[in-house]
Design a binder for this molecule. Structure first.
Ligand code: SAM
Length: 283
C-alpha cells in the first residue's frame, strides 16, 4: 500500500473533496468525448470481450460508462487512492457491472503489476497532475509492455487551465507557469508532448483529436467547469503555496477574484483537451 508521503499528485488523492470533484468532472468529460469514449478505430471483438486498462481511474466513471455502452469489454482501472478504488468498486457493484469492471490500488509511476501483453487497449485521461517528464516516459514504456501487439494506447489530457476573459484567471495562469518553472520536473501541460511520448515508445499509426469545452457564462458547461476550477484551486493550494512564490492570503484573494469574474455575465472561457492514440507494432 502507498503511503501519503509517496504521493506525487498535486492534490491529495484521498481527499473526499477531490473524489467528489473527479466524479463531477468525469460527467462533463465523458460528454465532451461524446462518441469517442473509446478511440473511434478500436475494433471490438464480439466473440471475446476486449481487455481494457484505465490508468488513474479516479471514481471509475469513464470505465463504468464504457462498460454500459460497450458490453463486450472487460475493464480494469488502477488508481493510487484506496478511497477512489473502494468507491469505484462499490459503484461497479451498485451498477451491476462488477463482473466486467474492477479497480485496484496501484502506483502508475512504478512498474505495473501486470504481465506483458495483457490488454487490448489502455486509456489514461487527465494524468499529468501526478507525472514528471521522467515518469511520463517510464509509464509510456510500461504501457507499451502491458498492451498486446496491435493493441492501442490512448492518452487524453488538457492544456491545464483554459483561456478566459478574466484578468484574475490570467494572473493565476501566470502563477501556475511560475510554479511549474520552480518545480522543473513537472510539465504544465502534456498535450504538446504527446506525439514525442508515443514516438519515443515505438507506437505507430498515431492519430489525434482536439476538443474544446466552452465554459462561458450561459454555455451548458459553465456551472460545472466553474465549480470544478473553484474546488481545484482550493485543493491545489498546499502545493502552490508550498513552493513559496505567493503567500496563502494573496493566493486566496486571487482565486476569489477569478471565481467572481467567472460568474460575471460577460465571462468567456474555453478549455482545450487533446486525445492521442497509437498502436503497438505487431512485431
Ligand atoms: C485528474 S484525476 C483523473 C481521473 C480520471 N482519469 C478522469 O479522467 O476523470 C487523476 C487521478 O490519478 C490518480 N493518481 C494520482 N497519483 C497516481 C499514481 N501515482 N498512480 C495512479 N493513479 C494516481 C488520482 O487519485 C486521481 O484519481
Amino acid at each position: 500500500m502507498q503511503k501519503p508521503e509517496d504521493y506525487t499528485y498535486v492534490i491529495h488523492p484521498e481527499s473526499p473533496a477531490e473524489q467528489v470533484r473527479l466524479a463531477k468532472q468525469d460527467i462533463f468529460l465523458n460528454e465532451m468525448l461524446g462518441t469517442d469514449l473509446l478511440p473511434p478505430d478500436l475494433i471490438l471483438d464480439r466473440v471475446k470481450p476486449i481487455q481494457i486498462l484505465d490508468i488513474g481511474s479516479g471514481p471509475g466513471t469513464w470505465a463504468l460508462t464504457v462498460a454500459h455502452r460497450y458490453p463486450d469489454t472487460q475493464i480494469t482501472g488502477i488508481d493510487i487512492s484506496e478511497v477512489n478504488v473502494k468507491y469505484a468498486n462499490a459503484q461497479a457493484r451498485v451498477e451491476h457491472k462488477d463482473d466486467s469492471v474492477s479497480f485496484e490500488a496501484m502506483d502508475a509511476t512504478k512498474p505495473l503489476i501486470f504481465n506483458d501483453n495483457s490488454f487490448d487497449m489502455v486509456n489514461a485521461r487527465a494524468i499529468n497532475g501526478f507525472l514528471t517528464l521522467a515518469t511520463w516516459q517510464s509509464l509510456m514504456a510500461e504501457l507499451a509492455r502491458v498492451v498486446c501487439p496491435g493493441g492501442m494506447v490512448r492518452i487524453v489530457d488538457n492544456d491545464f487551465l483554459g483561456r478566459t476573459t478574466s484578468p484574475a484567471y490570467d494572473r493565476l495562469l501566470d502563477l501556475f507557469v511560475a510554479v511549474g518553472k520552480k518545480d522543473p520536473t513537472r510539465i504544465p501541460a502534456a498535450t504538446p508532448r504527446l506525439r514525442r511520448f508515443f514516438e519515443q515508445t515505438g507506437f505507430t499509426d498515431l492519430r489525434d483529436r482536439g476538443y474544446c469545452i466552452d465554459f462561458s457564462t450561459g454555455a451548458p458547461a459553465h456551472d460545472a467547469c466553474v465549480e470544478n476550477f473553484t474546488v481545484a484551486f482550493t485543493l491545489i493550494k498546499p502545493y502552490v503555496v508550498g513552493l513559496e512564490l505567493v503567500s496563502m492570503e494573496a493566493y486566496e484573494d486571487l482565486c476569489n477574484l477569478a471565481i467572481a469574474e467567472m460568474y460575471s455575465a460577460d465571462f468567456g472561457g474555453v478549455w482545450f483537451w487533446r486525445a492521442m492514440w497509437g498502436r503497438k507494432p505487431e512485431k
